[in-house]
Design a protein around this ligand. Structure first.
Ligand SMILES: [Zn+2]
Length: 49
């Protein structure tokens, strides 16, 4: 059974994955949690160490 890999994005904050309708534009916010930092790892909030 062939697996199809679609080009999509994954939010690193809520784990939501989605496929953009326009393949060229990178989404500004995650459509689920509306975070503008969906493509960034959670390093900003790890300042305790
Ligand atoms: Zn999200």
């Amino acid at each position: 059974m062939p697996e199809i890999m679609l080009k999509g994005y994954k939010c690193s904050r809520c784990g939501h994955t989605w496929i953009p309708r326009d393949g060229n534009d990178k989404p500004i916010v995650c459509p689920k949690c509306k975070s503008p930092y969906w493509d960034k790892l959670k390093t900003i909030f790890n300042k305790k160490r």
